[in-house]
Design a protein around this ligand. Structure first.
Ligand code: TXA
Ligand code: MG
Length: 322
């Protein structure tokens, strides 16, 4: 098991380390070590057009890496940091184009996991870290998940992640020549949009996306995929035989891999609990027999605002929505 000191050494040499955060484990490199940043992309097999989130030790540190940090950014950071909120803001020259996929903006987040915070304090340079999994696969929420996904990566262990799904990402900018702000929800998470709006109640806001609408660029719709087909069932009253027939037909499954049985995944009613266990359950489901498919049924209780983010991940992880 890696000690904090060893993790710091690796990072300072320009290497990568998997680190715990309260959302999911991240694959971290110092933002000023190009070798490390490049390794993140090669280890994850991640395309360079997908920008990385930069993790900071504090609000003060965040401000050193961006421009146009206004009052709304300040209020949100004060309200939700350290915590699972990523704020996208105009970057400055200290953030390389490799991190942001040449976008003029950077996603900043101060995580609240004590191991991550302590590491950031010690290193005193922000860490770029995407989730520690292969591109498009399920994010890891325990050291074991990281070992299975990325066996060669050293891990700074910090137990199981408390939140369980990735941070809420918002972009917020002033609309030129007005006193209005434009807020775009880029990825829903366990910090709800209504909470964000409440915090910004004194600012005139134009909301661009509520998380229910079309996907934002850079957010591919085949993310978080488990190893066996996951089916999200919206229609009730469909018999198992019908479901199986549609899976085999629509997914073009060959005879030898034909799906014969459905394994139902029951998620708890409380969204925060469902989020916490979701990825572990998808992984466990993925270890079952090849001729099985995982099934999650849409339920009445999934209509709350917090469920939006869990449903977002479930739908993106699904091979088929019926
Ligand atoms: O909870 C989390 O956010 C975790 C932990 C490790 O902090 N990280 C994470 O990173 O989920 P990743 O790489 O799996 O997701 C990063 C996503 C990108 O795919 C992109 O959609 C968005 O963040 N993003 C990052 N920078 C952005 C930017 N400048 N503009 C728009 N979207 C950005
Ligand atoms: Mg990811």
């Amino acid at each position: 098991m890696l000690t904090e000191l060893e993790a710091i050494k690796i990072l300072n040499w320009g290497g990568v380390v998997a680190i715990p955060t309260e959302t999911v484990y991240g694959l971290a490199a110092r933002i000023d070590r190009e070798e490390g940043l490049k390794q993140i992309f090669s280890i994850k097999e991640r395309p360079f057009f997908d920008p990385l989130i930069v993790h900071v030790k504090s609000l003060e540190q965040a401000k050193e890496y961006c421009q146009d940090w206004g009052e709304p950014h300040q209020l949100l950071a004060e309200a939700f940091w350290p915590g699972p909120l990523t704020i996208v803001v105009k970057k400055n020259a200290k953030i390389s184009d490799l991190i942001t996929a040449s976008l003029p903006t950077v996603g900043l987040r101060c995580p609240r996991h004590p191991v991550a915070l302590n590491l950031l304090e010690q290193i005193d340079v922000p860490l770029a870290a995407p989730s520690a999994n292969k591109f498009t696969k399920t994010s890891p929420t325990s050291p074991d998940h990281v070992r299975k996904s990325l066996p060669d990566v050293p891990i700074l262990e910090g137990g199981e992640c408390e939140v369980g799904i990735e941070s809420t990402i918002i972009e917020i900018k002033k609309i030129e020549k007005t006193d209005q702000y434009e807020l775009t929800l880029l990825r829903p998470g366990m910090i709800a949009l209504s909470n964000i709006k409440k915090t910004l109640k004194d600012f005139p806001l134009v909301i661009n996306n509520t998380g229910k609408g079309p996907l934002m660029p850079g957010q591919l719709d085949n993310h978080y995929r488990p190893d066996i087909p996951l089916i999200f069932l919206r229609r009730s009253g469909l018999a198992d035989q019908d479901i199986l027939l549609q899976i085999n037909e629509k997914l073009n499954i060959s005879i030898e891999h034909k799906i014969e049985t459905l394994v139902e995944l029951h998620l708890p009613q409380e969204a925060w609990l469902a989020a916490r266990i979701l990825y572990a359950e998808l992984r466990r489901g993925g270890e079952v027999h090849r001729n099985q498919a995982l099934l999650v049924r849409e339920q009445e209780f999934m209509k709350t605002e917090l469920w939006l983010s869990v449903l977002d991940r479930l739908k993106k992880a699904s091979y088929l929505i019926l």
